[in-house]
Design a protein around this ligand. Structure first.
Ligand code: CTP
Length: 403
């Protein structure tokens, strides 16, 4: 991702006693590759799984395991490393976190190096649980995880899959990429502030068939909608994505409906909106379709020289909004702001996101975007060229203000 969120950030990686501890090695690599400095703190039982030397070699820093230094003589040496570490860190990330460490943090225990550090922490805390299925789904564990969230900590939930015990179910430590995404979000100062919100997002182009092999389409890649869906999900929202044809892969945990034509997108939006609070129409819906699609491939000898078109329905214009918050996009080449304001009014939107194709590296296919958000009262906020993930987060922050 083209941004510098991790550069020179100081991250403490807490590792606890669980087989997934070996995955922490990969996590250190990923964090360091992105420019972060990493120091590792282990619990005593983590030593059963990975040697501290592995972590000190990968991180390039000594590993803390003991509350008191080994050189401690008769309790006379001053040991305030936990305070120094707590002040040093921009982020504390515990991955994997056993249910034992989770329970201790919930209750404020400070009985080993890691829990002592957490008790003194000043920085945000991300906790990535890992346990066998019955331990993870245990009522007490669930309550403890909920309490951690209430305390403002960010949880990257365990995934479903095969477990070390041979059982399968929830409990696998989340994928490294997911942990990195969460760290990026938290380091950007964003929390799970969309928890409880149900957001419907459209993405990508629509294709209008001419015959069984040809269609009318547009250059939308779907990236903006997919980034919005991912950012919304990471911020705790329940996200449903209605996607036209796109090469993008939806973030795990997002419900996806694949559609092809404007009509299919319209039907899906109308059906799904009932279950959602917010609609963000990032989809680039076709305005025209062939009047009649040929059921057979059109051949050269047919000497086709024109295709009659008719207009598709405007989804936003015809939608029964029913008190839901509706956000549209406007993609313009000329008179950008004037046209965006016109669409905001005519389509009765709560907010419109303008991206101008005249900006370099902005719009279709790029991983960056330059957007201006205009709300119902005409108040406008412009953002510089930024990654589509950052743009998505800025849009969601504006959406949050009106929901
Ligand atoms: N939109 C829609 N249904 C359509 C076309 C567009 O709901 N048939 C939505 C888009 O998803 C977007 C907003 O309307 O959120 C504006 O789309 P845009 O293509 O910029 O504008 P149009 O209304 O299609 O007008 P024009 O193409 O003339 O600029």
């Amino acid at each position: 991702m083209p941004n510098d969120v991790f550069r020179n950030k100081k991250i403490i990686l807490g590792v606890t006693g669980c087989i997934a501890a070996y995955k922490a090695c990969y996590l250190i690599r990923e964090l360091k590759n992105r420019g972060a400095e990493v120091k590792v703190v282990m619990t005593p039982s983590a030593l059963q799984f990975v040697a501290p030397l592995t972590f000190s070699t990968l991180s390039g820093n000594p590993v803390v395991v003991n509350v008191f230094p080994e050189s401690q003589q008769n309790g006379t040496e001053m040991t305030t490393w936990h305070i120094d570490y707590a002040q040093w860190a921009d982020l504390i990330l515990i991955a994997p976190s056993t249910i034992n460490t989770i329970a201790k943090i919930v209750h404020g225990f400070a009985d080993n190096a890691l829990t002592t550090l957490v008790a003194a922490a000043r920085s945000p805390l991300i906790i990535v649980p890992a346990a066998d299925v019955d331990m993870y789904l245990n009522r007490v564990t669930k309550d403890n995880i909920k309490k951690l969230e209430e305390l403002g900590h960010y949880i990257v939930y365990a995934e479903e899959g095969e477990l070390a015990s041979g059982l399968s179910g929830y409990g696998r430590m989340a994928d490294i990429n997911k942990i990195i995404d969460a760290a990026e979000l938290v380091l950007s100062g964003i929390k799970k502030d969309l928890t409880g919100k149900k957001i419907l997002i459209t993405a990508g182009p629509t294709y209008e068939d001419i015959d069984p092999v040809r269609y009318l389409g547009n250059r939308s890649s779907g990236k903006m909608g997919y980034w919005l869906a991912k950012a919304g999900f990471l911020r705790g929202a329940d996200v449903t994505l209605i996607s036209g044809p796109s090469n993008e892969i939806a973030y795990p945990g997002i419900k996806v409906h694949n559609v092809r034509s404007a009509k299919e997108m319209k039907d899906a939006v109308e059906k799904e909106l009932k279950q959602n609070d917010v609609l963000i129409m990032a989809g680039a819906v076709a305005d025209y379709k062939p009047l009649k699609a040929s059921s057979k491939k059109i051949k050269k000898e047919d000497k086709l020289n024109s295709i009659s078109l008719s207009q598709t329905d405007d989804i936003l214009l015809s939608l029964k909004k029913g008190g839901k918050k509706i956000i549209g996009f406007a993609l313009e080449t000329n008179n950008a702001e004037k046209n965006a304001l016109k669409k905001l009014k005519e389509k009765n939107l709560d907010m419109i996101v303008l991206n101008s194709l005249s900006d370099k590296k902005s719009g279709f296919e790029y991983d960056t975007n330059k957007i201006t958000v205009i709300n119902k009262s005409g108040k406008k906020k412009s953002f510089p060229l930024q990654s589509k993930f950052q743009a998505a987060n800025n849009i969601l922050t504006e959406v949050l203000k009106i929901t």
